[in-house]
Design a protein around this ligand. Structure first.
Ligand SMILES: *[C@@H]1O[C@H](CO)[C@@H](O)[C@H](O)[C@H]1NC(C)=O
Ligand SMILES: *[C@@H]1O[C@H](CO)[C@@H](O)[C@H](O)[C@H]1NC(C)=O
Ligand SMILES: *[C@@H]1O[C@H](CO)[C@@H](O)[C@H](O)[C@H]1NC(C)=O
Ligand SMILES: *[C@@H]1O[C@H](CO)[C@@H](O)[C@H](O)[C@H]1NC(C)=O
Ligand SMILES: *[C@@H]1O[C@H](CO)[C@@H](O)[C@H](O)[C@H]1NC(C)=O
Ligand SMILES: *[C@@H]1O[C@H](CO)[C@@H](O)[C@H](O)[C@H]1NC(C)=O
Ligand SMILES: *[C@@H]1O[C@H](CO)[C@@H](O)[C@H](O)[C@H]1NC(C)=O
Length: 865
């Protein structure tokens, strides 16, 4: 893979670590961070345990030094150029080799290299990295920026975080967020190595496909980023053997670091197999070989994966609407983005293992998601994240790492950001999964709707800084480095309309343009009228608590009540715990067991029920809005709820708990993101069922609505609509009847005594998509609902474990939990309207029938009060 003349010596492994006064001296793994090293060596306990985030605040207020001693082989020292390369330093450091300072770092998102040929010696070499407290650094930078404040200055008290994170190019959520702790990490979070060469070094190879629709031809733009000791002439051969394509060009690599572009034309008669998002086709890749020869010698030799896919962000006038459309067209096909938002998977990135990434991303695809937004307050994810997204067909909306703040625009800040953006775009642009770059998270909205109480007279200063950073620098670099995908200035934004308005729209939340973030915790989430009918919903959501088995790992008995110090400590969103109960109380009886522990676990359950039902209602509203314009609004083409994953064990908007366990919401997502979905809702006392289809062919479907009584398991009656054509990629009403008429025709039914299930079927009577449900009253008002006394039996067969359930009565939100046995059920949180139901359990670690039987609890709605 490496050019033949290059020699690399890894400096990863055991280093030593010390604090500034030398009271602590310990071995530390590189890549890694100070917190991880302290924990591994027993100096601190699990930082996530109870209140340890507060106890360990001192760690990032101190300065720390990483030191290693190494020898180099003689072959390395004779090379003409030797670079000391840091793939990632977190964050502010000075680096010295054998007592001589070789450079400084100030940006976690950059790769740094320092030329060290003259400093290496025979025998031991000593390399030292002196890290400055990121908290102290940020505060010093704030002081130096005396002319005007750059808000928000500090996070809200409820987050228990550190101030001025916007002054340091580091994971913004590491100083605390509304779902995460404050652990301002320090360390060498990526690899360190010596790279030596005589002629040239290939720093980065990237390739992006470009499609010319006028001649139906694919071209591949290949860039070689080369560091050459001296100007080198020769030939470069690019080939994709599987396509029978090979092309040789003259090359001239000028001395120093250069970008060298080549275009490989793909023969129009080749049948290029494309990369498609999950659910729309395969993710075919080709192998691109790049070889460089100088005087017949191979000086460059690399192979990489190449995918062909085209992406457009369509913003065009919409018939019947004052605004513009906003949707993605992949390979010419409009595609509805279904998914969620990604946050860092751990406070300490060294703990984000390949297994953790795979499990989370597979869970996304298993829930029928096809898109994730890598949110701008975290990190540009590691290569493997995007490799897996490429493989699984997950479309990535990639933010640049700026979130919920104003940012300074001093020269050195802009310079380090420029280098960060160049490097990240070059590193990531070969990934077909990334379909858009987006400048920041919510900073247009923050300015437009004045989150920070900026006096009107000072507003132009902040607008100017905004345009300087995101337009004049970031956007300009992206346009230069990557013409293969769209760039959006912010999220939410009005897109083209924001641009018209000088990059900050009067109302970036306008549903007629661009994307929208929408949150409301107190309005009734079962009422779809409370949601904006936006073109693209890139953030929306509701909080819930993780399950007891997850909290158990970081808490003790006295913490296990909803009003404990622990419970409020872990809640970083103001009034969040109360909001969850208020929203739940709109439709459910709240848990009131006299057993305190039971009452606590039931409360965790009810928050998950509330969250699952709320996000379901909102997502289904967006999916059924894809083909309609009502009052100028609609044609919704994206639903990315907030948020997929968790950074620690705490209440949050996530659908997957820290550790990988699926919340009820994630099981619900599996259904509400299904390719074919029936959506039921009431409009003015009339029941409507829409058939939503993401398929590439037309369907003929009818709705089958079944009425049940809360008090018995046999259906009361069934109504079936006529077969209707549901075109590819559309949402069509297939059933419509006033609720009163429907119930009147059903004899014994009224709103409080009955509920509905419904599904879609084709002309042959074959069910298409999942069965869905619609409540005619709040379950707390349901008449005849009994405690179902569900019994469960765990068994094992060739394909794994099954749980057979038997119920004596209708049971809403049936929840199976096997504690800390990692794995997932085939379905969970379901409405049980049959005596028997069998679900499978896919175990992620070895287990047994005995262990599962002992761990299994079954809870349904009436069990909690
Ligand atoms: C050295 O620093 C540690 C951590 O900041 C502090 O707890 C300790 O008191 C200091 N020791 C001395 C001798 O100053
Ligand atoms: C960390 O280093 C800075 C800069 O050298 C210095 O001002 C500060 O006092 C140091 N902090 C500690 C705890 O030694
Ligand atoms: C394209 O492929 C066809 C069929 O394999 C071949 O005849 C033709 O020469 C190729 N054209 C180029 C420009 O390589
Ligand atoms: C909760 O925290 C407060 C303030 O730290 C303390 O006074 C109180 O004793 C704690 N209560 C419990 C039950 O631990
Ligand atoms: C569940 O068990 C309780 C207690 O034995 C009983 O009163 C109730 O009728 C049972 N529920 C059903 C639906 O059979
Ligand atoms: C349903 O489950 C019960 C209890 O496990 C069992 O006795 C019965 O045979 C099952 N009925 C059917 C139709 O499978
Ligand atoms: C719990 O709430 C239910 C429903 O409001 C009520 O019927 C029941 O008596 C309550 N139980 C206790 C122990 O307060």
């Amino acid at each position: 893979f490496r050019p033949v003349t290059e020699l690399t010596v890894s400096l990863n492994g055991k280093w030593t670590l010390s604090n500034s006064n030398g009271s602590l001296l310990l071995p530390a793994e590189v890549p890694g961070c100070v917190h991880s090293a302290l924990q591994q060596q027993g100096f601190i306990l699990d930082p996530y345990f109870r209140f340890n985030d507060l106890s360990y605040r001192w760690i990032s207020l101190d300065n720390w030094t990483y030191t290693t001693t190494f020898t180099v082989p003689p072959q390395l020292r004779v090379k003409r150029k030797v670079l000391l390369v840091f793939d990632g330093v977190d964050t502010v450091a000075s680096v010295s080799l054998n007592g001589v300072t070789v450079g400084k770092t100030d940006n976690m998102f950059r790769r740094y290299d320092f030329s060290v040929s003259d400093l290496l010696k025979d025998g031991d070499n000593v390399l030292e990295v002196n890290l400055l407290s990121p908290v102290v650094y940020a505060s010093e930078r704030r002081k130096a920026h005396s002319s005007y404040r750059v808000p928000p200055e500090c996070p809200p008290d409820v987050q228990k975080g550190e101030c001025h994170v916007n002054f340091i190019r580091k994971e913004q959520s590491s100083f605390s967020w509304d779902w995460g702790p404050s652990f301002p990490t320090m360390g060498l979070w990526k690899g360190v190595q010596l790279e030596a060469f005589d002629i040239l070094q290939l720093v980065q190879v990237s390739s992006v496909p470009l499609y010319d629709s006028s001649v139906s031809q694919w071209k591949l733009q290949v860039e070689l980023h080369v560091d050459a000791v001296q100007t080198t002439n020769g030939r470069v051969t690019l080939s994709i053997p599987e396509l029978g394509t090979e092309q040789t060009s003259q090359m001239q690599f000028l001395q120093g670091k250069t970008k060298n572009s080549f275009v490989l034309n793909i023969n129009t008669s080749s049948q290029v197999k494309l990369w498609w998002p999950s659910g729309h086709g395969d993710q075919h890749f080709y192998r691109l070989a790049v070889r460089g020869f100088q005087d017949g010698f191979l000086v460059l030799n690399t192979e990489s994966k190449v995918y062909f896919r085209a992406v457009e962000l369509v913003q065009e006038p919409v018939v019947g609407s004052p605004g513009l459309s906003f949707y993605f067209r992949i390979n010419g096909k409009p595609i509805f983005l279904k998914g969620s938002n990604w946050i860092p998977a751990h406070s300490f990135q060294d703990r984000v293992t390949p297994a953790v990434l795979r499990n989370l991303l597979q869970s996304a695809v298993d829930a029928n998601m096809n898109g994730l937004r890598v949110w701008g307050g975290g990190v540009y994810e590691q290569d493997l994240f995007y490799d897996i997204c490429d493989e699984l067909g997950i479309m990535v909306w990639q933010d640049f790492m700026f979130a919920c703040a104003m940012y300074p625009t001093e020269d050195d800040f802009i310079q380090t950001v420029r280098e960060e953006v160049v490097q990240q775009v070059r590193r990531l642009k070969s990934h077909p999964s990334i379909i858009i770059w987006s400048g920041n998270n919510e900073n247009e909205a923050a300015l437009a709707t004045d989150w920070f109480n900026i006096p009107a007279a000072q507003r132009p200063t902040y607008l100017k800084d905004y345009v300087t950073l995101y337009v004049d620098n970031i956007r300009q670099i992206v346009q230069e480095e990557d013409q293969s995908r769209p760039f959006l200035i912010s999220s939410p934004t009005n897109g083209a309309e924001s641009e018209q308005e000088g990059w900050v729209a009067a109302n970036p939340y306008d549903p007629h343009y661009g994307d929208v973030h929408f949150y409301s915790y107190t309005l009734d989430c079962w009422d779809w009228r409370t949601f904006p009918r936006t073109r693209f919903a890139s953030e929306y959501g509701f909080q819930s608590w993780p399950s007891f088995s997850t909290l158990h790992l970081v808490s003790v008995k006295e913490d296990w009540s909803y009003d404990s110090n622990f419970t409020s400590h872990r809640q970083h969103h103001e009034a969040g715990n109360q909001q969850m109960l208020l929203q739940a109380a709109l439709h459910f009886n709240l848990p009131n067991s006299t057993d305190p522990l039971r009452r606590f676990t039931d409360t965790l359950y009810i928050t998950q029920v509330m969250q699952a039902q709320c996000v379901k209602t909102q997502t289904e509203f967006y999916r059924r809005s894809r083909s309609e314009i009502i009052g100028g609004e609609g044609q919704t083409m994206g639903a990315l709820y907030w948020q997929l994953n968790d950074i620690w064990q705490a209440p949050s908007w996530s659908s997957i708990e820290f550790g990988g366990k699926w919340k009820m919401l994630h099981y619900f997502a599996q259904s509400f993101f299904a390719p074919v979905l029936p959506v039921g809702f009431e409009d003015d006392e009339t029941l409507l069922v829409y058939a939503v289809s993401d398929l590439s062919h037309d369907l003929k479907l009818r709705a089958v609505v079944t009425v049940y009584s809360w008090s018995e398991l046999d259906p009361v009656c069934t109504r079936t609509s006529d077969l209707l054509t549901v075109p590819e990629g559309s949402a069509v009403p297939v059933f419509k009847q006033p609720v009163a008429a429907l119930l009147a025709g059903c004899g014994r039914c009224s709103r409080p005594t009955c509920l509905l299930t419904f599904h879609l079927e084709d002309g042959g009577g074959q069910q298409q998509g999942p069965t869905n449900h619609h409540f005619l009253c709040s379950p707390k008002d349901a008449q005849g609902l009994k405690t179902p006394n569900i019994t469960a039996k765990v068994q094992q067969d060739e394909s794994g474990f099954t749980v057979s359930l038997h119920s004596a009565s209708v049971a809403p939100f049936v929840w199976l939990d096997v504690g800390n046995v990692a794995g997932r059920f085939s379905s969970n949180g379901f409405l049980m309207v049959s005596r028997n139901r069998t679900v499978r359990f896919d175990a992620w670690r070895p287990t047994s029938v005995a262990e599962l039987s002992a761990s299994l609890t079954v809870t349904s709605l009436t069990d909690v009060y």
